[in-house]
Structure formats: C-alpha cells, structure tokens
Design a protein around this ligand. Structure first.
Ligand SMILES: [Zn+2]
Length: 408
C-alpha cells in the first residue's frame, strides 16, 4: 500500500487534496463487510500529514463576543498556504494560548486544518512574553476564567452591560439567517448602541423616535433611514423559528428553532408556557441536555429578558405554512387592523391569527392607514391615537358581532 500511496502527489493537483480513500475492487466482497453506524467497512481513509509553514508571531487580538466569551486570535507575518495568504489563526481556548507561550517575534509553525482553518501548530521559541489578557478590550472590566465541562478554559467578560456583548447580540438578532433586517450592519448597530438609541430588541422597532439624530449621522440620510424603516417593518411579522434562532440562546440555533416551531405550532405563547411548566426539551428530536438547560438558563436570566421581551410587543408570529386567507367575504378582508389591550377571547397571537384568517392585515401600531382598532381592556396609547386620528374603534364584542353578521 505504501507504494500505492507514493504514486499520489497531492501538491501536484490543481485543487486541495487532504487524503485518500481506499476501496476493495471486488464490490460484492466489499459490500459483504457491512458498516458501522459511522462508516462503511469496505472503505479506508488516510490523511496526509498537514504541511507546516514557518512564520513569525506578531500580536494577539482580543475580542469580546456576544456571549461574553473573549476570543483570542494570533496574528503573524503573511504566509502563503494552498494559494491563499494567511496571517491570523483563532486560538480555540485559553489552554491552547498558554501551551503555545506566545510572544511578539516568536518563530511559529502554522497549517490549515482540513485545508481550511488556519492553526498555529507549534511555537519554536516560546518567549511567553504575551500576557493573558486581564481586562475586557471593550468595557475594561476584569475578565474571568470559565472552565468548560470538558475541562478547557475560556476567558469571559461578565459585565452584562458590556457594549461588545450588546452589539454582538444585535448583530446576531438582525443577521441574514436570523431576523434578516437589511441595512443594519455591525457598524450601524454599534453606533445605535453606543448612542443609546437601541437598548433592547424592541427599540429596533421604535427608531422613529430617534429619526432626527439618526438622519444627522455620518453616512446616513433620509433615504437610508426610509430604507431601514422598511426593512424593519418587514420584520414586524416573522416565524417562531426565526425569532428563537435570533435570540442567541447558546446552542439553540436555526435547526433547533425549526424543531420548536413545529412542536409548538408556531406559537410563542405555547413555547413560553412550556418553559413555565418545566417542559423537558430533551424529548424533542436532536435536543440534548445542554440545549434544554440553556433554554432555562436563558429564560430565567433577568438581564436577557430585558433585552428580548420588549420585542414581543412589536412582532406577530406567522405560522410558516400560513397562506393568506381566500376568505374575503367579511368586513375585515384587506383591511389594516390593530388589536390593542387585553382581549377576553383571544391571546395576542390568537387575534393576529384570527385576523390573518379573515384576510386582514394585522398591524402593531396605529397610523392614518389603519382601518380598524379593536380595543380591549387597558388599551392605552394606541386607543388614544386612534381616537385622535378618527379611526373606527371596535370593542371585542362589536368585532365578534360584525363577524357573526357575515357568518350567519
Ligand atoms: Zn466587556
């Protein structure tokens, strides 16, 4: 076999090759060998040792992530690996950083793991002159060392008000694969957070209040503000899976979001009620104990709640398979309807679903375009605004009566 392997020269291929797979030339015999849960017994894989490249370590980049975990990245002189220039490598935990004992000017070997991810393999001079970061690069608070269940150490900034954590959380919330709010780049969000215009996810839906200041911002103008407003308005409706994935619960991402969406029928209230009832999420497909615990830790974290709960006042959850109703034979079809206050027969989600089923367009704020306002108990400012604008206001009973008139 060694001779066979020697015939292959990975460096001569036009594309990166990291190994070989051997297979029996007798297919029937090969298949008869069966398979384990994870590979077929007729196959054997070999990987070439990673090629190491020498370079010089220059500095350590320290950044606080949205979970408060502080990421460490080694920066070194440019080195060409597999046709790309590489000059930094992420250090996965504090232990790796300690073992490498890095310092500016150290001679190091780097490689690309699986031919993609740059890694520092070894430090040949181990000067150790790069100290372990002590304070958060963003807020200046002392950092803490957390030990993972697997025994590895990570640096954390525990300051709940650390702007880095907050900005990252907003970046995550708005990102393309989450709530998908276009036009809110990291830099924009950084400005909004630093200026105090957004303190929680709900504030994103009330940017109008800071319009004058935002429009005056460098690089912003009436046009981009209008564009941003439009992108945000689009996300006054979303699916449960989108919202859950956007919340940034550790380990609970898009896949988990879809499973929860299916299980709870797209209803936020059902999901929240399950948490309150102590539901065991490990019953769900692909949900492990860590994810289950993370949901509870997140839900019971008061600081987190301050961040996400206000968004619920602005969002209507759509069932993923919701098709706009064909039902147009009622007074609400095609009308913009705002429901406000506490209703007797509907939950917040419930009334929105009812309106959608009638072919109406549920909205969360009252404007001149609003056709009807359904006002429940303690309706508050939306009701006052509707009265000022002269919009037709219905009690829940009147709403039901109008429907009964049609359905009868
Ligand atoms: Zn910090």
């Amino acid at each position: 076999m060694e001779q066979a392997i020697a015939l292959y020269r990975p460096e001569e291929y036009a594309f990166p090759v990291d190994g070989l797979i051997f297979e029996y030339d007798d297919l029937a015999y090969g298949r008869s060998l069966g398979a384990t849960g994870h590979h077929e017994n007729r196959l054997m894989a070999l990987k070439w040792a990673d090629t190491l490249y020498e370079t010089v370590f220059r500095s350590l980049e320290v950044a606080t992530t949205r979970t408060g975990m502080v990421s460490l990245t080694g920066v070194f002189d440019d080195v060409e690996i597999d046709g790309t220039t590489v000059n930094h490598a992420y250090l996965h935990n504090l232990d790796i950083f300690k073992q490498l004992a890095l310092g500016p000017g150290d001679k190091i070997s780097v490689y690309k793991a699986n031919m993609i991810i740059p890694q520092i393999a070894e430090n040949h001079t181990k000067s150790g002159s790069c100290p372990i970061p002590i304070v958060c690069p963003c807020c200046g608070e002392m950092l803490m060392i957390h030990k993972s269940p697997g025994g590895t150490q990570q640096l954390y900034c525990e300051n709940p008000d650390c702007p880095a954590r907050l900005v990252r959380k907003f970046v995550h919330f708005c990102s393309k694969t989450r709530m998908e709010i276009e036009g809110l780049a990291e830099q924009t969000l950084e400005t909004f957070v630093q200026r105090g215009w957004v303190k929680n996810f709900g504030d994103l839906y009330e940017l109008e209040r800071h319009k004058t200041d935002i429009v005056a911002c460098h690089g912003f103008g009436e046009k981009s503000f209008a564009r941003l407003q439009k992108a945000i308005d689009k996300r006054r409706t979303c699916t449960l899976n989108q919202f859950i994935a956007a919340l940034g619960i550790p380990e609970v991402g898009r896949h988990a979001g879809r499973i929860l969406n299916r299980h709870f029928g797209g209803s936020w209230n059902a999901f929240e009620q399950a948490i309150r009832d102590g539901y065991d999420f490990t019953q769900l497909e692909d949900f492990g104990k860590v994810m289950n615990d993370n949901i509870y830790t997140w839900y019971n974290n008061a600081e987190e709640a301050v961040l996400w709960r206000p968004a619920l006042n602005h969002i209507t959850f759509l069932k993923e398979d919701t098709v706009m109703s064909e039902n147009t034979n009622n007074p609400f079809a095609g009308k913009i309807v705002v429901a406000t206050g506490k209703l007797e027969n509907y939950t917040r989600d419930g009334i929105q679903m009812k309106l959608l089923s009638l072919g109406a367009k549920p909205a969360s704020s009252v404007s001149k375009k609003t056709d009807y306002v359904i006002a429940g108990e303690k309706a508050g400012s939306k009701l006052t605004k509707a009265q000022d604008l002269g919009i037709t206001i219905l009690t829940e009973q009147q709403f039901e009566d109008m429907l009964a008139g049609v359905e009868a």
